[in-house]
Write a protein that binds this ligand. Structure first.
Ligand code: ATP
Length: 643
């Protein structure tokens, strides 16, 4: 549309044909994206930026778009490679001082006032008089330098980092310093969810294809085509979450061939399928009525996705696609024992569970979480793990995601074998009556599990759905049956100073859920009881480095007034007695009610190291829990009155 055309001009960033993408184009796009809260506008702006890059890229140039996309989501490579930015405040303050000649204390006090080091850097730059106009920053230059900073480790790395940052800052103009500094901090703060980027990417590719073919689809056809394209790219990316592979394929073969070109590949972890909570066996039976399903033990360990590649290497990845091979060298040693002959490449979905080798008893997650995460030596390991496999997603060159669970399970059992204390298949029962399920549930708890996972077994409803919290997988925990309800995973976004004995640590915390659609954290409750002195000290130590003076822009605060704010990063698992409507907190506002929803008597269970802030429980789930509770209370009430 005409409006989109003006936006294209807006974000050109003074780009001359055939020169590398100027970073100024990104800074302009970011400024516009930051200024709107509307998802549609954010998407349109990103689409315009990507389209511009595609138009200007010569054939075979994948890097320009790839680097642009990475800078837009503030990453440098696929998640599983684990290269991250997150430069500390003091180092950045030093670099800003060096490149602008400003006094460090002035910078610090401005930071206190603004709560955003990016803004401070920009203001510092713009108030500085320069004689020469610096050479404009380009995307490849910024990207390469950020990567170098992220990858430099060891002794002299601090100085090296400061000198690269100083060099980058010296070349910044306009708003560039703001975004460079925010990138370095590891948070762009423009509300660019991965999903928005994916949609924009698919739209840009479709528009570029239309332009190239000089096609002019009518509005309805174009809308349908764009819709289809975003569906394709989302599903492909959930199966193969690597822009390094997806973007070249997209540019080379186009959106229509993307599915053929990009399939699940061993070595690149996919986002795991997740389950929905249920409160009663009756609910399970309602959902699966007339369908075949299976119940499996829900093991209390850590999700482990095990990959075996063409070249024989084996990799273990966490729920968050983190490479765990260094954490589980014992698992790596054990694995070959359970692989049968004729099993070459594969991707297993499994749970790694702590086990007592002498008694064969399973131990709770807490035991597992005591293990070091890095540089573990097999001979030092106290807590051994046993792997319980519950799904097979890939076998000998073929993705199995679109086969039924029944078929996948048969292949799993045919190609692997149990080894005592090392590997087993998740214990399953295909019993279908309430009594059978009840008995199996009790058995699972007795065996040290959290409860059951109930899964659709047949038909396309049993396909593996990467990254989805699916109704075709239901979790039935013993806690739910006791009426406590499911636990929530919440992000610590603020804290209140302690009183009395607790003055040196935080005494209470402000928690939030995460709304992936709105890309915002919504406050949900204050939690402050049930922490030991040691626990409070531990939380203080982990949270202190994340302190910010103001609430970050993507925290929907409501009426909460903590003394201090944090970068949303740490996730806690929390149980609650029940949920109530709240005029203060913003969680799930407008879903079950105009008011937000809060937790009553929240209780801390554990830190969820395996979850990132954007994996926290979402507002829909909270609204669902609340509605269920209302329903249960009204039913209970009626029963009460009746007798
Ligand atoms: P939870 O706190 O319940 O683990 P979650 O958000 O991490 O929540 P859910 O979707 O709720 O994940 O539950 C699925 C998790 O249970 C999986 O991520 C996996 O780690 C674990 N699990 C244990 N046994 C099984 C099984 N038989 N099938 C699938 N997942 C299982």
């Amino acid at each position: 549309s005409a409006r989109d055309k003006t936006k294209l001009v807006d974000i050109n960033g003074g780009w001359k044909d055939s020169s590398p993408v100027p970073y100024a184009a990104l800074a302009q796009a970011f400024t516009l994206i930051e200024a709107t809260t509307k998802r549609i506008e954010k998407t349109a702006l990103l689409t315009a930026l990507f389209l511009l890059v595609i138009r200007r890229s010569s054939k075979g140039d994948f890097q320009s778009l790839l680097q642009t996309v990475y800078l837009c989501i503030n990453r440098l490579c696929p998640d599983y490679m684990g290269i991250e930015l997150g430069i500390g405040e003091s180092l950045l303050v030093k670099a800003i001082g060096e490149s602008t000649g400003r006094n460090l204390n002035t910078i610090k006090s401005e930071l206190k006032k603004e709560g955003d080091l990016g803004l401070v850097a920009m203001n510092s730059k713009n108030s500085q008089k320069t004689l020469f106009k610096p050479k404009p920053l380009t995307v490849p230059f910024v990207f390469t330098n950020l990567k170098e900073i992220a990858m430099s480790t060891g002794h002299s790395s601090q100085n090296k980092k400061v000198s690269i940052i100083t060099k980058l800052l010296a070349a910044c103009q306009g708003a560039e310093a703001k975004y460079i500094v925010r990138s370095l901090e590891g948070k762009l703060r423009i509300g660019n969810a991965e999903r928005t980027v994916l949609v924009a990417l698919s739209h840009a590719v479709v528009l570029a294809e239309q332009e190239r073919a000089s096609k002019n689809l009518n509005k309805d056809k174009l809308t349908a085509k764009l819709e289809e394209a975003s569906g394709i790219i989302k599903s492909v990316y959930s199966e193969l979450p690597s822009y390094d592979v997806v973007i070249p394929a997209l540019l080379d073969a186009g959106i229509d061939k993307l599915r053929e070109r990009c399939k699940l590949t061993p070595g690149i972890p996919l986002k795991p399928m997740l389950a929905k909570p249920t409160k009663a066996i009756g609910e399970v039976l309602d959902r699966f009525e007339g369908k075949r399903f299976t119940c499996e033990y829900k093991y209390d360990g850590e999700r482990a996705q095990v990959h075996k590649l063409d070249d024989g290497t084996v990799g273990v990845f966490s729920r968050n696609s983190e490479d765990m091979s260094k954490k589980y060298p014992d698992l790596m040693e054990q694995l070959p024992h359970c692989i049968k002959k004729g099993t070459e490449t594969f991707v297993l979905d499994a749970e790694a569970v702590a086990i007592d080798r002498t008694t064969g008893k399973l131990m709770p997650f807490q035991e597992l979480s005591r293990r070091k995460r890095k540089d573990v030596k097999v001979e030092d390991i106290q807590v051994r793990v046993c792997l319980f496999a519950f799904d097979l997603l890939y076998l000998n060159g073929e993705p199995l995601l679109h086969q039924s669970l029944q078929e996948r399970r048969e292949l799993l059992r045919k190609h692997f074998q149990p080894v005592e204390g090392e590997f087993d298949f998740a214990k399953a029962s295909d019993g279908e009556t309430t009594e059978e399920i009840q008995t199996f549930l009790e058995e699972s708890v007795k065996d040290g599990c959290e409860g059951l996972m109930v899964k659709m077994l047949d038909s396309d409803a049993s396909f593996y759905e990467p990254s989805r919290r699916s109704v075709n997988w239901l979790k039935l925990k013993k806690d739910y049956l006791a009426g406590v309800g499911d636990s929530l995973d919440l992000v610590v976004v603020g804290a209140y100073y302690g009183k009395g004995k607790r003055t040196n640590v935080y005494g209470a915390f402000l928690l939030a859920c995460y709304d992936a659609d709105g890309e915002e954290y919504q406050t949900i409750c204050k939690i402050g009881t049930g922490f030991s002195e040691e626990a409070l000290q531990f939380h203080y130590d982990t949270l202190k480095p994340l302190e910010t003076t103001k609430a970050r822009g993507d925290i929907k605060v409501g009426g909460a007034k903590p003394d201090i704010w944090f970068e949303p990063k740490i996730v806690w698992e929390v149980l609650t007695a029940d949920l109530s409507l709240s005029p203060i907190y913003t969680a799930a506002q407008g879903l079950a009610d105009e008011r937000g929803i809060s937790l009553r008597f929240p209780r801390f269970i554990r830190v969820r190291d395996d979850k990132a802030a954007d994996d926290a429980t979402g507002p829909e789930q909270i609204a669902e829990m609340y509605e269920r509770q209302v329903l249960a209370q009204s039913k209970g009430g009626k029963k009460g009155k009746g007798g």
